[in-house]
Design a protein around this ligand. Structure first.
Ligand SMILES: C[S@@+](CC[C@H](N)C(=O)[O-])C[C@H]1O[C@@H](n2cnc3c(N)ncnc32)[C@H](O)[C@@H]1O
Length: 278
């Protein structure tokens, strides 16, 4: 299945020219993305070879932006041209772009703002989780700033941390256009956040924690003050979840449940950080 956030046929491999190094590292690896995206019966490397055939400048960009992808690219580019038709190559291009639609939307923030979990989200779901008044807040993996800009309406200052350059620029443009004075945008990766211990009153995120629960929670707790809050506030999609995330529950997160405007069952979470338990 695919989220169908984009119609891949509307995009080309030139989109890759907007991707950051960390995204290219994932894409040009044995990422198994076809196991859960549409190409179940397709060959990822063959599709990539066909997709890149008409875009040698994209291969050049990847080699130079992310030199660690060279071995994977060598393998792809050693696949010999098999009299592929234009139609076949376009089909492979669409399969690759659809499989990596998350990265495609990161490169086109206005499109990202219209995806299911962002477009109809209501800020009240953040406000019911945590008191933000006059607080120093970090949003990890801000995206287009769904949580950061909502928090900024109440908080003293919000740091929007985002590893994708296109999204950082999108948020900076919005701050400038709307004269938002209390949001600062920075680079940052959830496992290695560039802040001192005990810095923030609230560290929040949406759709970021989950690949490495233990390490991600430890790193976000490290930079949260004693008595501060970790908040996980996802967007409002249409998926009807039947239970809260057991990984978060087992680590002591309280959960909140609501039915979203998109028809989904959404769980949000919070946990107070206690550093000096008696
Ligand atoms: C699904 S989007 C969610 C965006 C936003 N938090 C929201 O809920 O509207 C995931 C975001 O996390 C960022 N991201 C991806 N890997 C990350 C990592 N390792 N550390 C921090 N952010 C990451 C992406 O660039 C993207 O903006």
């Amino acid at each position: 299945m695919s989220y169908n956030w984009i119609n891949a046929k509307d995009y080309t491999m030139n989109s890759f020219l907007l991707f950051d190094r960390w995204a290219l590292q994932w894409i040009f690896s044995d990422c198994n993305v076809y196991d859960w995206f549409p190409g179940k019966d397709r060959d990822y490397k063959l599709d990539m070879a066909k997709a890149l055939y008409r875009y040698p400048h994209v291969a050049w960009y990847v080699r130079n932006k992310a030199p660690e992808c060279a071995a994977f690219l060598d393998e792809i580019q050693s696949i010999t041209f098999g009299d592929w038709t234009e139609e076949e190559m376009r089909e492979s291009e669409a399969a690759i772009l659809q499989a990596h639609e998350t990265f495609v939307v990161y490169a086109f923030p206005k499109v990202m703002n219209e995806v299911n979990y962002i477009r109809n989200w209501d800020e009240k779901y953040l406000y019911e989780l945590v008191d933000l008044k006059d607080k120093l807040v970090l949003d990890v993996g801000s995206g287009t700033g769904r949580l950061a800009f909502a928090a900024a309406k109440k908080a003293k200052r919000v740091y929007a941390s985002e590893p994708c350059d296109c999204l950082r620029e999108y948020m900076r443009d919005k701050i400038k256009a709307e004269g938002i004075g209390n949001v600062r945008v920075l680079d940052g990766e959830v496992l290695n956040l560039p802040y001192e211990d005990d810095t923030f009153d609230v560290v929040m995120s949406g759709h970021v924690i989950g690949d490495h629960y233990e390490e991600e929670i430890a790193e976000t707790a490290r930079i949260t003050k004693d008595g501060g809050w970790l908040v996980i506030c996802d967007g409002d999609d249409e998926f009807r979840r039947s239970a809260p995330d057991p990984e978060l529950v087992s680590r002591g997160f309280e959960w909140f449940r609501h039915e979203s405007a998109e028809g989904g069952i959404i769980y949000n979470y919070r946990k107070q950080v206690k550093k000096y338990e008696e």
